[in-house]
Design a protein around this ligand. Structure first.
Ligand code: BJ8
Length: 383
């Protein structure tokens, strides 16, 4: 018996989430709920959630606003930085437009310098993120989380109690667990869904303002995917790819498409669009909520950290758990930290894990799609 498949339509709903979120953002503003725009996974979401604010990832994944950004910023800068600045400057991103406050972190040099100009047209709070995951770094980051709380209290005239934060930690942990349960479906071989569909869900979820509704929605989707899988395997066994590196989304989804159009399937995303910020929970048993948040967020394995062992730890686990055949490291043009780190990731994947590795340098244009396809076809052939 063939099951009447509903899945493509369901995945499309998640794909539309960003656009539908524009309307939701307007409704949030009409209800006078504060909206905080964010750029990075180091942002401790729980603090905003504790005061009842909504948070949103700001637009930064298309080349539409880059020409405007290049009037102020150097051309040879990462496209993500130029794109986000351009959206802020032109007000073409409704999320920027509706945000009451933008929170950035001192991650890479380009981003932290860009915030100096962004402040000319938007209120921006910059958190000082340490570059080293040390004891001293942890103290600094904990203090920065408290400073963020104080800024929010002052700007929005609210009080954020430790109890509010404790409740928010539980909500965010439930969300992380639901996300993890969902993407772990791709451990199955053959996969129950394409990487392109999994990605729609991962990104779509970030535009859901009602964070408390996420676990239920994802669990319902997980059950549907599994039910279909039990009746019919839609996809055959294929070489299994893990994507790591810079965040992707929008224009750079071309990389996922090129991999899957050329005979492989993406089973896992280790980068910030996927597991990087989800895998580890905040410790709910720690009586010091700020220390618990600092420990979780500072442990994120971004290349801005030196050294960056946590990226390797996560990669090591995921390569085994997802039975990965090859790793594709996506580098946005002029992203020095991820670009420098390609050597250690290549060594780890080739020498320690004995898997194939390829790094891809790309931007938000469509100019390299032909070349991407040629390289992916050769890479997949080799697996
Ligand atoms: S935690 S990956 S979201 S900093 S790609 S702007 S690093 S030059 S985005 Fe990131 Fe936070 Fe790290 Fe994740 Fe700079 Fe590189 Fe551009 Fe980047």
């Amino acid at each position: 018996m063939k099951l009447q498949t509903e899945l493509p339509a369901i995945f499309e709903e998640f794909a539309e989430a960003r656009r539908n979120g524009f309307l939701a953002a307007k409704e949030i503003k009409d209800k006078n709920i504060p909206l905080i725009g964010v750029f990075c996974t180091y942002f401790p979401q729980e603090v905003a959630l504790a005061m009842g604010a909504a948070t949103v990832s700001l637009c930064a994944s298309s080349d539409e606003t880059i020409p405007e950004a290049e009037k102020d910023l150097p051309r040879n800068l990462c496209p993500l930085i130029k794109s986000s600045y351009g959206f802020g400057k032109t007000d073409k991103c409704p999320y920027f437009y509706f945000s009451d406050l933008i929170v950035g972190e001192t991650t890479c040099d380009g981003k932290k310098k860009m915030y100096e100009y962004l402040q000319e047209f938007k209120p921006v709070h910059v958190m000082e993120l340490p570059n080293v995951q040390s004891e001293d770094g942890l103290i600094l980051w904990k203090n920065e989380i408290i400073r963020l709380k104080e800024t929010l209290e002052k700007q929005f005239n609210v009080e954020i109690s430790e109890d509010d934060i404790r409740k928010a930690i539980i909500v965010k942990n439930q969300e992380r667990k639901a996300m993890k349960d969902f993407y772990e479906l791709s451990k199955l071989d053959p996969v129950p869904m394409l990487g392109q569909d999994l990605f729609k869900v991962l990104i779509g979820t970030t535009f859901e303002f009602n964070r408390r509704s996420i676990p239920e929605k994802l669990e319902a989707l997980r059950e549907k995917v599994l039910a279909e899988y039990k009746v019919e395997k839609k996809y055959s066994k294929k070489p299994r790819i893990l994507i790591t590196g810079c965040p992707i989304g929008g224009a750079t989804e071309k990389v996922i498409k090129a991999i899957e159009d050329n005979g492989a399937v993406v089973v896992a995303f280790e980068n910030c669009s996927g597991a990087k910020a989800i895998e580890d929970m905040v410790d709910e048993t720690n009586p010091d909520v700020y220390a618990a948040l600092a420990e979780k967020y500072l442990s994120i394995g971004c290349s801005c950290m030196t050294p960056n062992p946590n990226r390797i730890t996560t990669l090591n686990r995921m390569i085994d758990d997802y039975q990965v055949d090859g790793v594709v490291d996506v580098i946005l043009t002029a992203c020095h930290t991820y670009n420098v780190e390609t050597l250690s990731i290549k060594r780890f994947v080739n020498d320690k894990k004995e898997k194939s590795y390829m790094s891809v340098e790309t931007d938000f244009s469509t100019a390299d799609i032909g070349q991407l396809n040629t390289r992916m076809a050769a890479f997949v052939e080799m697996l």
